[in-house]
Write a protein that binds this ligand. Structure first.
Ligand SMILES: [Zn+2]
Length: 108
């Protein structure tokens, strides 16, 4: 079952990156999928690598998109500050809907 989820994410992520990277004007050097207990995604800013949680495959694609955009925005702004939220509001005005769907897990 895990393999099916992984394949689903692997099929969706390249198209999302093709769409969002030019919009945000940032490129990742690499990305991957892994099981994470406490995060939906993570971003290594210096290496420009993002990780997405395998569990996202169980949620609507909007949630995967939200986490992916969140991690890409970290390439512009490291912290969850007002500047970060302004980017999110501009790029994905409905982000809080997805955020609530994914709660109570904290997102990074
Ligand atoms: Zn974050």
């Amino acid at each position: 079952m895990n393999q099916w989820y992984r394949d689903r994410l692997k099929a969706e992520i390249p198209g999302l990156l093709d769409y969002w990277q030019p919009k945000i004007n940032q490129q990742v050097s690499d990305w991957g999928i892994k099981k994470m207990k406490t995060r939906w995604g993570s971003c290594n800013i210096s290496e420009r690598r993002i990780w997405l949680n395998l569990e996202l495959a169980k949620y609507p694609i909007e949630c995967l998109e939200y986490v992916l955009v969140h991690e890409l925005v970290h390439l512009l702004e490291r912290y969850h500050n007002d500047r970060f939220k302004a980017y999110m509001n501009q790029l994905l005005p409905h982000w809080s809907h997805c955020h609530n769907l994914l709660n109570p897990k904290p997102n990074r």
